[in-house]
Design a binder for this molecule. Sequence first.
Ligand SMILES: Cc1cc2nc3c(=O)[nH]c(=O)nc-3n(C[C@H](O)[C@H](O)[C@H](O)COP(=O)(O)O)c2cc1C
Length: 134
Amino acid sequence: MQLVRYSYTSRATGPLDANDLLQLRVSAARWNDLHGVTGLLVFDGLRFVQLVEGASEPMARLVDRIVADRRHHQIQVVEHGDAARRQFKGWALRTCWREEWPGELFLAAVKQAVAHCSDAAVQALFIGFGCVPG
Ligand SMILES: Cc1cc2nc3c(=O)[nH]c(=O)nc-3n(C[C@H](O)[C@H](O)[C@H](O)COP(=O)(O)O)c2cc1C
């Protein structure tokens, strides 16, 4: 299987409360699970950073779904292309929201979420994002 990886940052178009985030997490994880996609989504209250990875056909559909979603905008693609191995094996969608991890716990939670990644660039993307003050 050709593995494709897509990562980006974006900004929320409006406020998202705990319920909105729960809905997003549940429906996205369900779709990813059904389509063999894995990944991590981090939200700091204003901005998202996400990496998703999977077979090329479901990934093409997923990128379209994500880009069309009006809950966020200003998508800046970090990487979109072939990848050698998964970074979030076993996680249909791991999530990390700042509101669940106040203060310095947020950065610690982000570090924990990427601790097992074999690709240092992926770790740097998420940890760099986690370092930006909320
Ligand atoms: C920041 C962000 C990340 C998302 N990540 C995923 C994802 O990993 N998998 C997924 O299936 N949907 C994800 N979505 C949600 C889809 O974009 C959205 O729920 C879907 O396009 C709705 O389509 P449908 O209700 O017509 O099926 C994400 C949305 C946002 C705003």
